[in-house]
Design a protein around this ligand. Structure first.
Ligand code: C5P
Length: 219
């Protein structure tokens, strides 16, 4: 079956999706990596003088490859794998801007559909269940309170030895949620038939067992 996992940043959806892909031995398509790759290419090609025109973006995408594997999504440009580059904060912001370009979303959604085809897979993002695979057999919407997501992000940054300010992170999360939920194209919202899972105060293991139960009911 195809399983889609959507939700806001910091909800724990990537951790859950990756782990589910490994346990079920299914390819994992992390759609955010394509948005990040496009953001990275735009920054690399145009620096701060970028424009968000589809013409400019399109020419940068010709060498982009997205390869869903068990437990990870490999992204290559011109045959070279991108990894750490995609996790840069500036690239993340750029990814979010790229996501507002309607033609980009249409192009990349087609690419996602063609790399998965008829295969079973775990597909994770913001609109996997609403736009990319609206016929998926199991749709999950994973969320957590803004405070919990800010706390997780704060602890993650501290662990990496970076400076972090909880209040600033919380404000940023609330603003990003608002932008993502209110945007005209592909707003972040659960599909009508999605199961909503709140991960606030719950461990990854608890959430995974709930999902594995849901899968059992479907097969
Ligand atoms: O999931 P991740 O945080 O890596 O995604 C980076 C950005 O790409 C998100 O903030 C979001 O704006 C955008 N995105 C999107 N639709 C998707 C996946 C990501 O708009 N399906």
């Amino acid at each position: 079956m195809k399983i889609t996992i959507d939700g806001p940043a910091g909800s724990g959806k990537s951790t859950v999706a990756r782990e589910l892909s490994v346990r079920l031995n299914l390819p994992y398509l992390e759609t955010g990596t394509a948005y990040r790759a496009a953001g990275y290419l735009l920054l690399r090609g145009k620096g701060e003088n970028f424009s968000l025109s589809w013409e400019d973006l399109k020419s940068l995408l010709t060498e982009l490859e997205i390869i869903p594997m068990v437990g990870e999504t490999v992204v290559k440009v011109g045959g070279k794998r991108l990894e750490g580059e995609l996790r840069d904060e500036r690239v993340g912001k750029m990814a979010s801007l790229v996501g507002t370009v309607k033609e980009f979303r249409e192009y990349i959604n087609e690419l996602f559909r063609s790399v998965i085809g008829e295969r079973q897979a775990v597909v994770e993002g913001r609109d996997a269940g609403t736009n990319i695979f609206p016929d998926a057999e199991l749709k999950l919407f994973i969320t957590a309170t803004p405070e919990e997501r800010a706390r997780r992000r704060y602890e993650q940054l501290k662990k990496l030895g970076k400076t972090a300010n909880y209040d600033e992170i919380l404000t940023e999360i609330i603003e990003r949620d608002k932008r993502d939920m209110e945007r005209e194209i592909a707003p972040l919202k659960p599909a009508p038939d999605a199961v909503i899972i709140d991960t606030t105060g719950r461990s990854v293991e608890e959430v995974l067992s709930q999902i594995l139960e849901l899968i059992k009911e479907k097969v």
